[in-house]
Ligand binder design. Structure first.
Ligand code: SF4
Length: 76
């Protein structure tokens, strides 16, 4: 959806890569998926506004080796 906004074009299929072996899941960008995505984004924004952080097992040992530490600052 961000790429659509960037390119000014409609994209009908996307891919989610996840898991240890980076499995690829094709996603049809239909109206339901778009609405769920926007709803999820809005809930994340609301949680950020309320400073609510989801449960995590992150700790100093994990965070200190995390590639996102410079951007996160969520747990430390
Ligand atoms: S730095 Fe942030 S993203 Fe990385 S392990 Fe810690 S909490 Fe998770």
């Amino acid at each position: 959806m961000m790429l659509e906004e960037h390119l000014g074009a409609q994209i009908k299929t996307g891919f989610i890569l996840c898991g240890i072996k980076t499995k690829v899941y094709p996603i049809q960008l239909n109206e339901q998926i778009r609405e769920e995505t926007i709803s999820c984004i809005n809930r994340i924004i609301e949680d950020c506004d309320l400073s609510i952080v989801p449960d995590s097992d992150a700790n100093e040992g994990k965070c200190s080796q995390c590639e996102f530490l410079n951007f996160c600052a969520d747990r430390l």
